[in-house]
Design a protein around this ligand. Structure first.
Ligand code: G3H
Ligand code: 13P
Ligand code: ZN
Ligand code: NA
Length: 283
């Protein structure tokens, strides 16, 4: 069933687990996520980045999500990942997304607050939940590039002010993770997660979670992370399975045969994540 992000994340916040938010670009990824969620009885978030929306088209991506959510036996939210501007958010709301992220992390605090507030006013008026970002998460995405050295962690007092002034539903914080593949092992600032959680008492979001060791994820969840974004680990499973199939079956031309094993491989990765996040049986 289709639900808002707020519904899912408030339950996770109250009960101390995290909901997986997985990036989608095509039908096979959507199906892998939904099947993994149904098989483990987990709530789940399907999220589309602006790059994903550009690739598939807003109609295809939103309708894939809605069909999947409505058919699903578990609660599903459809979320815009790293929305950078007001128009993008409005487009997604218009197409039935139940949650949006407005990423104003490139702005100074005051501007980030003002920008986020404007989006929240409209989104909340139509029952759509909002995620914002404070601090700078390392790594590269389609639209925002942050040098890892310049990545600045979220300041707890700034976060408190941000939440009070914006009334944001959940906040993405920078605590040492980075988008994409890690070169070394990521070091998370657990004390910072704990401090921010105690001050804010709202659901917190961890980006760049692919490649973070299981124990670190579990600890982050125990300290107050309630939404965990995963993209890269799914991409890797997809690419490896496609390459392996093509290497072993160079004569195959059937997209279903080529993508079928990739879907299964993604599903296995997602199921593993759902166990780590503690969302199994929470649907
Ligand atoms: O955080 C970004 C996600 O990994 C989406 O990446 O912009 O290449 O779709 P993308
Ligand atoms: P990863 O690609 O590191 O999993 O990060 C995903 C993400 O944060 C999407 O917003
Ligand atoms: Zn992200
Ligand atoms: Na990562």
């Amino acid at each position: 069933m289709l639900v808002t992000g707020r519904e899912l994340l408030q339950d996770a916040h109250k009960n101390g687990y995290a909901v997986g938010a997985f990036n989608v670009n095509n039908m096979e990824i959507v199906q892998a996520i939904i099947e993994a969620a149904e098989e483990t009885n987990s709530p789940v978030i399907l999220q589309a980045s602006q790059g994903g929306i550009k690739y598939a088209g807003i109609e295809y991506i939103s309708n894939l999500g809605k069909v999947a959510a409505r058919k699903a036996k578990v609660p599903v939210a459809i979320h815009l990942d790293h929305g950078t501007d007001f128009d993008q958010v409005m487009l997604c709301i218009r197409h039935g997304f139940t949650s949006v992220m407005i990423d104003g992390s490139r702005f100074p605090l005051e501007e980030n607050i003002a920008y986020t507030k404007k989006v929240i006013e409209v989104a909340h008026a139509v029952g759509v939940s909002v995620e914002a970002e404070l601090g700078k998460i390392g790594g590269t995405e389609d639209h925002i590039t942050v040098d890892e050295k310049d990545a600045t962690f979220t300041d707890p007092q700034e976060a408190l002010r941000f939440v009070k002034e914006t009334d944001v539903d959940y906040l993405a914080i920078a605590v040492g993770t980075a988008h994409g593949v890690y070169t070394g092992e990521p070091k998370l600032d657990f004390d910072r997660i704990k401090t921010i959680k105690e001050l804010l008492n709202i659901p917190l979001v961890l980006h760049g979670s692919s490649g973070v060791p299981e124990e670190s994820i579990k600890k982050a969840v125990s300290l107050g992370i309630n939404k965990i974004n995963i993209d890269t680990d799914i991409r890797m499973a997809f690419a490896e399975a496609v390459k392996e199939f093509i290497t072993n079956n160079p004569e195959s031309i059937d997209p279903r045969k080529i993508l079928g094993p990739a879907k299964e491989a993604m599903k296995e990765v997602i199921k593993e994540k759902l166990h780590i996040f503690g969302s199994v049986g929470r649907a």
